[in-house]
Every structure is written in structure tokens, then in C-alpha cells.
Design a protein around this ligand. Sequence first.
Ligand SMILES: [Zn+2]
Length: 124
Amino acid sequence: MSVSGRTRARGCPERTCVGCRVRATKGDLLRVVEAGGACVPDPRGTLPGRGAYLHPVKACLDLAVRRRAFVRALRARGPLGTADVDRFVEQQAVEADMSTQHTSAARNPALPGTSRVGSGSRLR
Ligand SMILES: [Zn+2]
């Protein structure tokens, strides 16, 4: 009996990180959109327009910047500033650092109150 073939959960759309090119669920990635010639973080996924998805970590951001992945993913005409995303990632790192010091065993960001409802597909 095989357990493979049912690993793709339908309620969890996957996106590819523009930095490391690894696929991950949307919840693990930061949505980034273009606004006024710059990349802006859209952690709630509410801003209109094309979105690029990135692990909110410095390594992936660096990779994405070096590859001009944002420009490509967002179909921008010129170079995009990433200061806002940079700041967001740094902030995330500080928070992650604080939480790992707090509970070094559990790296699972299971936030209370944000449990994912697994049933049904979201209407677009
Ligand atoms: Zn990544």
C-alpha cells in the first residue's frame, strides 16, 4: 500500500520562492508586489497586481535581488528598490530570533488563532 499521491493538499496553493526557487505553501512565503517602482511586502496578500513570492529570509531576498527575480516576476520595466522588503525581512529575522530563544525546540510557527481551515476551496 502506498501513501504517495495524496500529498498535495488542495486547500494549500503552492508558490515558488523567487530567491531559492523552492516550492512552498503560500503561508510560508511573503508576497511582494510592485508599487511606485519599488518592491513592497504584502504579508496579508491584499494588494492588487502581480505578486512575487519569497521566503521572508535574507538569503532568499539576496538571491532574488541578485537575479533580478523581482523585476522578472513582477514584469517591471526597470530596477526595483527593495528597501521595504529588506526592512520587513530584517524585522522577521528579529522576531524569529526572539521566538527561537524562547522556544528553541519548536520551530513550528503555529500561531494561535490563525489555524488554517482545511476544508473547502477559497473563492476567488
Ligand atoms: Zn526561498
